[in-house]
Design a protein around this ligand. Structure first.
Ligand code: 5GP
Length: 183
């Protein structure tokens, strides 16, 4: 679906699908260049990063592998619970591998700093992070983000894999929700 299909649910569109795809192609080109001669293992963080990983890897022109982790940091609302749990672990042994975590969004940075610590203990050859969206004003846990798609305001957004109560992941654009959706 696109924003006009659910216009009454939305407040405003922050980035259209086309803007997201254009930016992801730039990030993919940078990753291709940086990883020349080293095949990265892209670790997608489910469920939010599903679109990011599929578009990023298809925009790359060099080989990569993909594996997935699922973590929970939020309940069904819009505030961080402060608790990170691994719901699904990797199937790949990452020791000695060049690992690139692909995130949908970094808000406080809590989820990511937990993930980085966890994966670093498994002794990868290198470990970097790509996120499609970052909220610079919300970050409380500093994490080194090598690749960032867009910086966005400190507001709750949906679309491009990001949900509210399970919905809106299939919205192609990235938007804020109208207040009546929360009530
Ligand atoms: P953090 O630990 O950085 O505060 O939050 C990271 C996770 O919270 C993201 O991977 C995502 O699942 C969720 N999250 C943070 N901000 C947003 C947002 O604006 N919209 C949605 N849908 N999820 C968010």
């Amino acid at each position: 679906m696109i924003a006009v299909d659910i216009a009454s649910d939305l407040d405003r569109v922050l980035h259209t699908e086309q803007q997201v795809l254009t930016r992801i192609a730039e990030v993919a080109a940078q990753i291709d260049a940086d990883y020349e001669g080293r095949e990265p293992l892209i670790v997608g963080v489910l469920n939010g990063a599903m679109m990011t990983v599929s578009d990023l890897t298809r925009a790359m022109t060099s080989h990569c592998e993909v594996d997935w982790m699922a973590v929970s940091s939020y309940g069904s609302g819009t505030r961080s619970s402060g608790v990170v749990r691994i719901l699904k672990d990797l199937t790949t042994d990452i020791s000695g591998r060049h690992v690139l975590i692909a995130e949908d969004i970094v808000d406080t940075g809590l989820t990511l700093s937990y993930l980085v610590k966890n994966l670093r203990n498994r002794e990868p050859a290198s470990l970097e992070v790509m996120t499609m969206f970052r909220k610079p004003d919300a970050m409380t846990c500093p994490v080194n983000l090598k690749y960032v798609g867009f910086d966005i305001p400190n507001e709750f957004v949906v679309g491009y894999g990001l949900d509210y109560s399970g919905r809106y992941r299939n919205l192609r654009d990235v938007a804020t929700l109208a207040p009546h959706v929360y009530s």
